[in-house]
Design a protein around this ligand. Structure first.
Ligand code: PXL
Length: 295
């Protein structure tokens, strides 16, 4: 009998408060039956989305020794998954990590965490954008949000985009390396008089089949930090269970929508993130899809 549990190397920061990065990724993937091995990039008292103050310890200098021990242990991973990086210098280290631990069979996912809502996060400088462009060249799949996709492409941020333009963005991002590109928080086209009730979409491109997938959810006027990390974790958990790409992104969108709906009715600061702990059990249910279409 095979005792093997799927294993992910998770290269992200540990933020002590606010349900982002590792504190969202570990419970999400664990609930989907996946082992998470964290390679921390930085330690923060709390994430930077919506909090003015935070302590920040950059772990760049510890990472290489940490990785050397993993090499000595002969560890292998079904997925390499990087996200928030603490310094530009870490890109070189993460690149070498992917060169060593990446294989033809495992999945390398780079979530180019840099900003949201048209702005860079406060720990990120413009140099990070250039470095991140290099790192995505090593990925099989990337999951930028709409802001990060624009930054990677050198496009200006906008609050609407046509189907034709977003297809062009996806193709251009894929030409930078990854065969699969998933862009989240893509604004839907606003119809006159529909300033609210607008849909937001996740749009994916699979270069091998030259196919685009679109799945959406109803717009809720609330942004909770950390939902991008949870979304990508659900997609990875789905793919490692054998989901197709559209089923995996649909699973991610449904889960995030459910988390937001379960949280929105409560009056607490959005910066604390969605009430993930209330919803994790859903991840063990068989997936019921139906929300995706070809674009
Ligand atoms: O969820 C992305 C993220 C990760 N890590 C840190 C952050 C953020 C978003 O604000 O601040 C430290």
């Amino acid at each position: 009998m095979d005792h093997r549990i799927r294993r992910v190397a998770a290269i992200h920061d540990l933020s002590g408060f606010g349900r982002a990065s590792l504190t969202a990724i570990i419970p999400t993937l664990s609930s989907m039956g996946v082992q998470v091995c964290p390679l921390p990039t930085a330690i923060l008292s709390n994430h930077t989305g919506g909090f003015e103050h935070y302590s920040f310890v950059d772990l760049t200098d510890t990472m290489e020794d940490y990785i050397d021990h993993w090499k000595r242990l002969g560890l292998t991973f079904d997925c390499l998954y990087s996200g928030f990086l603490g310094s530009e210098r870490q890109i070189e280290i993460v690149g070498r990590f992917i060169d060593h631990f990446g294989t033809a069979d495992n999945l390398t996912v780079v979530d180019p965490v840099m900003g949201d809502n048209g702005r860079l996060y406060s720990t990120m400088g413009p140099a990070m954008v250039g470095e991140m462009r290099r790192l995505i060249g090593k990925a099989d799949m990337i999951t930028p949000n709409f802001t990060e996709a624009a930054l990677l492409l050198g496009e200006s941020y906008r609050d609407r985009i046509s189907d034709e333009e977003i297809r062009d963005w996806l193709r251009r991002l894929s030409a930078m390396g990854p065969s699969t590109v998933v862009i989240t928080s893509v604004p839907g086209v606003r119809l006159p008089g529909q300033e609210t009730g607008m849909d937001t979409h996740v749009i994916a491109y699979d270069r091998r089949g030259d196919v685009f997938w679109k799945t959406g959810c109803r717009y809720i006027p609330a942004a909770y930090p950390g939902t991008g990390d949870t979304f990508t974790s659900v997609v990875i958990g789905g793919l490692l269970q054998g989901d197709s790409l559209p089923v995996a992104i649909d699973r991610g969108v449904q889960f995030i929508s459910q988390c937001i709906r379960a949280s929105y009715g409560f009056d607490y600061p959005k910066r604390e993130g969605v009430l993930l702990e209330r919803e994790l059990d859903i991840l063990r249910l068989p997936v019921l899809t139906g929300g995706f279409e070809m674009l």
